[in-house]
Design a protein. Structure first.
Length: 524
């Protein structure tokens, strides 16, 4: 029996994104999918900028942008006629693209890289040892036993892999039901926008989609008619008036859940996407969260399989992505509550939102939150240097009584002008993207005068690092450095030579060694 380096269960966008990233890094991942045909329907449509970075690395961003629709603004229409229109800015603009299109682009990219999806392969059981995973599956050719060194479960909310591993899906159903419809609407409203109508009698949201279609959704009671007439009634009662349905393609009612798996890793098995977490769809966060799971896991897994990284790097997937999931579930829960307030509380909400707009917080804080830029890791990638170690370096994980993420420590506190982000935060927008030749690896970005020592020290570290590391120097008045991860997060940052030297020692901890620990604490 030939053993696969990685088996991916589920060929939705998350599983396909993991597979694409692995194949691009030289790892021949096998992808199996229970369904006989590709999934159809628009489903998750809103792709936020961090996700579009993933598309750029995979090589499908240009095609996605041609097929999709950029959202330039968000408008919050308050009872009484006031509208808070927020221009998002290029760094926050999502792309509206039906999920079936996303899957098609990713599967084509997988095939270009050398992989393929094996359909009508239904996993029935999973077992594991310290060295590999065994999967039982029903295939068109009969039962099959599949062996893989690692397994990624991206098989959805009803994940068979999660169930067979005995991992609880902790949480509860969302009691609010929603109507969702797609089609064409006549009337005067800004296209290339998402509109939230926050009325006293209820709320409704509608968003433009490619091809002139509109998606309409709103919380409705159980007896609300799920018909074109019911959609028109929702628009009339909660919308601005003057909107008329001109043909609907879909009308349905859906419910959601707020759950996170008890663990996202069991031995050599990882959960990603809806198999790992689910939440209210308001704000369009679900698919983006799952694709960031893929972004986080793929480079670590490829590095381990290729012998470039120590297996300990995989220990970071569970705490990092759990924290991200918890942040998103909290945010969407609060957004849902705001969206479904009663008449009295709705008046207070509208007053608060007006104040947020007046102070600029709506644009500076809430918009980046929805765009996905505020997801951070407090359990950052590296162990902190020993007490008394020299060098202004900020690394984690955070210990009890230490600083919160986002606060400068050590000598950096006196050098705030450098504006270096904390480890575990996203790379700043001014950091140059990775080059176009292949997927990004670890990158060292040094800052300082063109004739200073930061550039030289950076080149020396890149040339002697124990793991693959590229180096770029940006001329700046002050000196410093950022160690950037392939998934767009900061691994370490500092402002003096001692800190950079410590970063080199931290990189050495990533290097493969002859002694590989047992993968993960939980047995498969």
């Amino acid at each position: 029996m030939k053993r696969s380096p990685v088996l991916i269960v589920g060929a939705g966008p998350v599983g396909l994104a993991v597979a694409c990233a692995l194949w691009q890094r030289g790892v021949e991942a096998r992808v199996v999918e229970a369904q006989t045909e590709p999934h159809t329907g628009s489903r998750a449509v809103q792709l936020h900028p961090p996700t579009l970075s993933v598309f750029r690395e995979i090589g499908v961003l240009d095609e996605a942008q041609r097929a999709g629709l950029r959202i330039r603004s968000t408008s919050y229409h308050l009872a009484g006629g006031r509208t808070l229109r927020v221009a998002l800015g290029a760094e926050n603009e999502p792309l509206m693209l039906p999920q079936e299109n996303t899957s098609r682009l990713l599967e084509a990219a997988l095939e270009r890289a050398g992989g393929r999806v094996e359909r009508a392969v239904r996993v029935t059981d999973v077992a594991g040892t310290e060295d590999f995973v065994t999967v039982k599956a029903d295939t068109p050719h009969g039962p099959e036993m599949i062996e893989a060194e690692w397994l990624v479960a991206a098989d959805g909310v009803r994940s068979t892999v999660r169930d067979r591993l005995g991992i609880d899906f902790v949480g509860s159903p969302v009691t609010t039901g929603f109507l969702l419809a797609e089609g064409r609407i006549d009337g005067a409203f800004e296209r290339e926008a998402v509109h939230y109508f926050l009325g006293r009698s209820g709320s409704v949201v509608f968003a433009s989609m490619p091809g002139g279609r509109i998606r309409v959704s709103g919380a409705v009671p159980d007896d609300h008619p799920i018909t074109p007439e019911g959609v028109q009634r929702l628009l009339d009662e909660r919308g601005p008036g003057g909107l008329t349905i001109d043909g609907l393609e879909t009308v349905n009612r859906f419910t959601s859940q707020e759950r996170i798996a008890a663990t996202l890793r069991s031995g050599r098995c990882f959960l990603a996407g809806d198999a790992a977490h689910t939440h209210s769809p308001l704000g369009g966060q679900g698919l983006n969260l799952g694709l960031q799971d893929a972004h986080n896991l793929a480079w670590k897994l490829a590095g381990v399989v290729n012998g470039e990284l120590h297996p300990r790097v995989l220990d970071t997937y569970e705490p990092e992505r759990r924290q991200a999931a918890e942040q998103i579930v909290r945010a969407t829960h609060r957004f849902l509550r705001v969206f479904t307030l009663g008449p009295t509380a709705a008046r207070m909400r509208n007053t608060v939102w007006s104040a947020l707009e007046a102070t600029g917080l709506l644009r500076r804080w809430f918009v980046p939150l929805l765009a996905g830029w505020r997801v951070h890791y407090s359990d950052v990638f590296w162990a902190r240097p020993a007490e008394g170690a020299s060098g202004d370096i900020r690394t984690g994980p955070r210990q009890p009584g230490r600083e919160r993420p986002g606060k400068a420590v050590g000598r950096f506190a006196a050098r705030r002008s450098a504006r270096l982000p904390e480890p575990g935060m996203r790379a700043p927008h001014w950091a140059p993207p990775a080059g176009p030749d292949g997927p990004p690896g670890l990158r060292l970005l040094t800052l300082g005068p063109a004739d200073g020592g930061a550039d030289l020290r950076g080149r020396e570290l890149a040339g002697t690092a124990a793991v693959p590391l590229s180096h770029t120097h940006l001329p700046r008045s002050g000196s410093g450095f950022l160690l950037l991860r392939p998934d767009g997060y900061v691994a370490a940052a500092g402002s003096d030579p001692a800190a950079l030297a410590e970063a080199g020692r931290l990189l050495a901890r990533m290097a493969p060694s002859g002694s590989h620990p047992t993968p993960g604490r939980e047995g498969a």
